[in-house]
Design a protein around this ligand. Sequence first.
Ligand code: ISE
Length: 359
Amino acid sequence: MTELRIAVLGVGMMGAFHVNALSKRIRRAQVTVISDLFPEKAEEVADLVGARVALDPIEAINDPEVDAVLIATPGKAHEEQVNACLDRGIPVLCEKPLTTDIASAYQIVRKEAALGRQLIQVGFMRRFDAEYVALKALITSGSLGNPLMVHCTHRNPTVPDFFNSEFAMRDSVVHEVDVTRFLLDEEITSVQVLKGAATKAAPEGTHDPMLVLFETESGRVVTDEIYVRTGVAYEVRTEVVGEQGSASIGLDQNVQVKTIDGRWGGTITPGFVERFGAAYDTELQSWVDAALEGTINGPGAWDGYAAVAVCEAGVEAVRTGAKVTVAMDPKPGPTTPATTNGSEPEPGITAPDLLGARP
Ligand code: ISE
């Protein structure tokens, strides 16, 4: 196979962004089929890139002119669509969340493990961002010494009113969950949330900002300030504090300008597409290259499952104010049959439809 024929499911903001990248910037990729809940939207995007429209997403997955699938539909649709990709045995890049509850995410992990090969990549694009890659390399090199703490800041300029504290946990904090696991190479064991004073911009009952605290298996502490209505710009910073030094990324250190009115400064990043645009492209190219070989190259189903499990604990921590232990089932070996893994996973709290809640 020299060119990967891709079905893109869901062409809202992220899906349409990916279709554009796949058609213009990504090598050895061709979008052949597009599906969306809104057929007119699917037609509009398909026309731009010469793809066909399939009204039914499962039909798109099973289309003979499709070798791999990119899922950018609302979270509640992921379970059925990812399962259909596994049933057909084709690679899939699924935007977060893998699914919207712990049990279905774990079922997918076991099903893929039973197949004996990795087909699922989850869209945690920060792992492909040059600054995160450099930070990870620095940690791995040992020059910071043992990393003891990580401090994260995650600020969005604005979000719609439905974006409540639980939504922020599942849609925004989920990135720091993955960053923590990526940088420290261990699981998060507990989540705690300090709510504090809320901005006037937040609707009644929504805690914005919040300070989220993770503890990891080895006892490291991670702090994450999540503030999604700053009114300012997009700010994602991460500092790792080690025994022999510290390192920070996300400082928006671009061109510094000095002007005759005595001011100095640079420009700030407006949103996540601008901040992580290059990372999305790198992610897509890695996925396409790996999918052509029938596999993945990036965060997999286990990473998607771990993120769902930590966010569920986070949601409970928001609701109860308690420090909540993360409940995760064991990682299945590559050949564990889906039917013989002793205990059934806990059903967990069912998440609301994340992107589906958007107007
Ligand atoms: C959004 O869905 C993203 O994935 C962005 O990276 C994040 O910054 C934002 O808070 C989320 O809503």
